[in-house]
Design a protein around this ligand. Structure first.
Ligand SMILES: *Cc1c(COP(=O)(O)O)cnc(C)c1O
Length: 370
């Protein structure tokens, strides 16, 4: 971890201290409020639960320190992505989307933005730099892309897209701010699903938008206030609590993933492995340049669907589940949702279990694979 990342991690648990009065609770109080006491002139104070909430403020303050940029919280990752699309695009705009990224982003675009006259073009993440960015209003990237884990060079894409006059948006869900810092690499807007590693306990959906562009953030804030796409205070409280351990969990998850990826890659029952940290991975060169860590997601391809299912369901330390980033190692075959991957492709999300015990359970499951 870089010194700057360590400084952020050290600051995070103490952010609230500066405002504390003697006798205040050290943990964040949860404020459930639709109404605020509001006699007379309503200006300058909290007014209504759709506009403002002290628990959101606390979690947004943490996210802003993590991102080193103003951040606005949303009730899910998709709510954050929808806020970006609906507040920053209009009919006639052209948008570039990754063909191999999170599928709901493309479905949302297709189902609700396309009929409004927004044009969406798709390109594979690994080829993002070929074809140029001329005529695009927005270039949307996701690197490493979920689920295939291909990468693009964030600084190169941001530079070329800006020269062509496009705004650049990055979905940083697979990496978190401790793994990769797209805003520092030139991206204008960052979106993320805090449902994944930032919350990390598989019990909350949450998301955020971060940007250093004040005009963009004012649009995003208006979108949330007017559309009502607001996070629940209790969810915000849980994410606030979870962010206090993000660095600790993420560090363990990434270290374990590196160990597990190497062993899986060398295992005779496994056909192939994608992990940006492997020196042989096609994404490694770019990943090493722009990622602080290589993440906790591993793409594992088995010869058949049956082998993949046998590995997932036969391992007592793997939770068969969709989504990722939890303290429990989890996995699923992405072809079951129609992703454009091999039938035997498994997206494996490494959790916080001690790595040797986790590997022993996996090795055991691999023995049972045909
Ligand atoms: C999960 C995910 C999302 C959506 O997040 P939700 O909280 O489920 O709405 C967006 N982008 C990526 C890359 C994801 O993995």
């Amino acid at each position: 971890m870089t010194d700057k990342q360590k400084a952020r991690a050290a600051r995070l648990p103490h952010l609230r201290r500066i405002d504390m009065m003697k006798g205040d609770p050290v943990p964040l109080p949860l404020t459930m409020a639709a109404m605020y006491h509001l006699p007379g002139d309503p200006a300058g104070v909290r007014q209504y639960g759709r506009f403002d909430n002290p628990t959101w403020d606390a979690v947004e303050r943490m996210l802003s320190v993590l991102e080193d940029a103003p951040s606005i919280a949303f009730p899910s990752g998709m709510a954050a992505i929808a806020a970006v699309f609906f507040s920053l695009l209009k009919g006639g705009d052209k948008v570039l989307l990754p063909s191999d990224g999170y599928y709901t982003t493309r479905t949302l675009a297709d189902r609700f933005l396309k009929p409004q006259g927004v044009k969406f073009i798709q390109r594979a993440t690994a080829n993002y730099m070929s074809g140029g960015f001329e005529g695009y209003k927005m270039v949307f990237i996701e690197t490493p892309a979920n689920p295939g884990l291909d990468v693009c060079d964030i600084a190169d894409v941001a530079g070329a897209a800006h020269r062509a006059g496009a705004m650049v948006v990055a979905d940083n869900t697979t990496m978190t701010p401790f793994g990769q810092r797209p805003l520092e690499l030139g991206v204008d807007v960052l979106v993320a699903a805090d449902t994944k590693a930032p919350n990390g306990h598989s019990d909350v959906l949450f998301g955020h938008v971060a940007s250093r562009n004040a005009v963009i953030m004012s649009e995003i804030a208006d979108w949330r206030r007017l559309s009502g796409s607001i996070p629940g205070p209790f969810e915000a409280w849980l994410v606030h609590r979870s962010l206090e351990t993000l660095e600790l969990r993420f560090d363990r998850m990434c270290s374990s993933a590196a160990t597990v990826a190497e062993r899986l890659a060398a295992h005779p029952k496994v056909k192939s492995v994608r992990f940006p940290g492997l020196a042989t991975d096609p994404a490694h060169k770019i990943a090493a340049r722009q990622m602080d860590r290589f993440g906790f997601l591993i793409g594992v391809t088995f010869a058949t669907e049956l082998d993949a299912e046998s590995f997932i369901n036969g391992c007592e330390s793997i939770q068969p589940a969709t989504s990722f980033g939890g303290v429990h190692t989890s996995a699923e075959r992405r072809a079951r949702w129609g992703d454009n991957v091999a039938a035997g492709f498994v997206r494996l999300s490494i959790g916080c279990e001690p790595v040797e015990e986790l590997w022993a359970a996996m090795e055991n499951a691999l023995k049972k694979v045909r």
